[in-house]
Design a protein around this ligand. Structure first.
Ligand code: NAP
Length: 246
């Protein structure tokens, strides 16, 4: 299903690529000879990440990208269009969380903030990049979701997520999953494939490094679904071992 040769020399944009799982996705795609555009909201952090990737041999460029700021999204799309004329892979990775957020007491302002980054940001980014993805022979969109967005897993009282409460984070990832299906349906008659993935519980800043997996392990599914061949799925929800329940 993975067809790396198809994507060699291609161009991938990763949001939130200056650290954590996004950085490892950029690193993994760069190692596969894919040009990586390191999306980051902070110029110094983004430039440093791109330099580190270049030092390892990747063809990496920093792109200023705050997914809650429509102007940076618009100017990133304009720059990519002028520089490359197309985009082959878009990874919606940037995300934030609010933990210990009981539905009964969480501040709605916090929930809205999480939605701006985890849901409206990815929608805006896809909308802005679609004209460039349509110029690719094989556009791929990967939305970095979470098992915490799975209604099946989180409503199972025997699951590890049974007691987990985070209204903004969990529901924004469920909305991201539903959005994945919406775009996949709209684009079903094009070469573009749109999938959601879960990286698993990884040690990164978002969870104070509490996860048992490494960020590199978390990047594996995104890399896999960014480089699926024409025979690969669209509109699905996966980890690196296959489908996971919605
Ligand atoms: P992380 O280390 O905290 O990285 C988050 C990244 O998103 C950072 O680069 C951060 O940039 C960026 N970001 C946040 N808000 C942004 C914005 N408005 N515009 C652009 N970039 C923004 O966390 P991570 O674990 O790698 O998370 C990556 C993705 O994986 C998230 O979508 C997360 O929900 C998902 N995920 C993680 C786990 C896990 O266990 N770690 C599990 C399931 C899903 P700054 O450095 O500027 O803050």
């Amino acid at each position: 299903m993975e067809n790396v040769e198809l994507f060699q020399g291609d161009i991938a944009l990763i949001s939130g690529a200056n650290k954590g799982i996004g950085y490892e996705i950029a690193r993994g795609l760069g190692a596969k000879k894919i040009k990586v555009l390191v999306g980051a909201r902070d110029e110094a952090r983004g430039q440093a990440a791109a330099e580190n990737l270049k030092a390892e041999g990747a063809d990496a460029r920093f792109v200023k990208l705050d997914v809650t700021d429509r102007e940076t999204i618009r100017s990133a799309a304009e720059w990519i269009g002028q520089e490359f004329g197309r985009l082959d892979i878009l990874i919606n990775n940037a995300g934030i969380a609010e933990w210990d957020a009981k539905p009964s007491t969480v501040e709605l302002a916090k929930v809205r903030e999480v939605y701006e980054t985890n849901f409206f940001g990815p929608v805006s980014l896809i909308q802005a990049m679609l004209p460039l993805l349509k110029k690719s022979k094989h556009g791929r969109i990967v939305n970095v979701s979470s098992s915490l967005g799975s209604l099946t897993l989180s409503s199972d009282l025997n699951s590890p997520f049974a007691d987990f409460l985070a209204l903004g984070y969990c529901t924004s990832k469920s909305a991201l999953n539903s959005m994945t299906v919406q775009f996949a349906k709209e684009l079903k008659n094009t070469p573009i494939k749109v999938n959601a993935i879960c990286p698993g519980y990884c040690a990164t800043d978002i969870n104070n490094h509490s996860g048992p997996r490494s960020a590199a392990q978390g990047a594996a599914a995104a890399i896999q679904y960014a480089t699926i061949g024409e025979d690969g799925p669209s509109g699905g929800y996966f980890n690196e071992n296959g489908s996971i329940p919605w």
